[in-house]
Design a protein around this ligand. Sequence first.
Ligand code: FAD
Length: 298
Amino acid sequence: MHDVLIAGGGIAGLSAALILGRCRRDVVVYDSGKPRNFVSKALHGFISRDGINPIELRDLARKELANYPSVRYVEGEIVDAQEIEDGYEVELSNGAFDRGKFLLIATGVVDVLPEVPGLERFYGHNVFHCPYCDGWEMRDQPLAVYGAGETGYEYALELIGWSKDVILCTDGGEPLSAEQTAHLGKHGIAVITEKIMEMRGEEGKEIRLMYRERPPLSRKALFFNPAQYQASPLAEKLGCHVTGGGVVEAGKFQQTKARLFVAGDAARSVQLAIVAASEGVEAAFALNTALQKEATEK
Ligand SMILES: Cc1cc2nc3c(=O)[nH]c(=O)nc-3n(C[C@H](O)[C@H](O)[C@H](O)COP(=O)(O)OP(=O)(O)OC[C@H]3O[C@@H](n4cnc5c(N)ncnc54)[C@H](O)[C@@H]3O)c2cc1C
């Protein structure tokens, strides 16, 4: 029986593994190798690593883990898990099983892209979901915000912190009130309500939104606010509460049950890599304390 099994070797899982390795805990990290930001070329806002290639960051983290002999990183997907006496048992896609006294779920989320034909090819180049991640690089550029109703309205106002040239495209979705449209107008934001037929353009350079009735809209980039769902069903299967926004509600130190923790994007609304790393550390801290208590109370 290992001390801790970690489902997910992204930033959150690797960060937890590093701390637990330094605490000499017996840890196995299982990772299926599909991080949320697989389309991203540069990760921003991670102090001392601003602009690093996300794959490079994970490679660096994995290399660091190699210094800690009690930590193992295994490529593989956990397809099922169940609570057992004093821990959890997980099943891998290759049919193998493993057991740990504690389970940390750090499996991340999946974003749902807007259903605009042609959009997917621009994702990570000049279609983005997070201005904190990619807004700086698009500062002062002509931007489109994709969104409808209250969400689109709020998002368009948020984007003017990065550029004064913002157009809200509601794609035939929930209409804005007259007051909202007028308020956006006061801030120089025009609204196009017509349905978008297709996205064309050049990756990283220009996007062109094609309409049936009106001429194409050329912009440098488009920002949208994605719906998302858990990348793995493990947390829900084990009885964690997943909110309407698709994230797990975790308590102090990312704990959800006595022996179950959830960290990183899977568990949080501030979905930045450094926050995922920090949540991994918080969970590791509590896990080590719990392990130490169990070992010394007998
Ligand atoms: C396009 C894009 C750009 C971004 N840019 C930035 C940025 O510039 N700055 C920033 O701070 N943040 C950025 N983010 C957010 C950042 O990527 C996330 O906050 C971060 O990846 C969260 O780390 P995580 O470990 O929680 O999840 P992830 O990085 O998604 O890692 C989860 C890991 O778990 C694995 N996994 C899933 N299910 C299983 C399973 N059942 N068994 C085993 N393994 C499993 C996955 O394969 C994956 O490797 C961006 C996100 C996107 C989508």
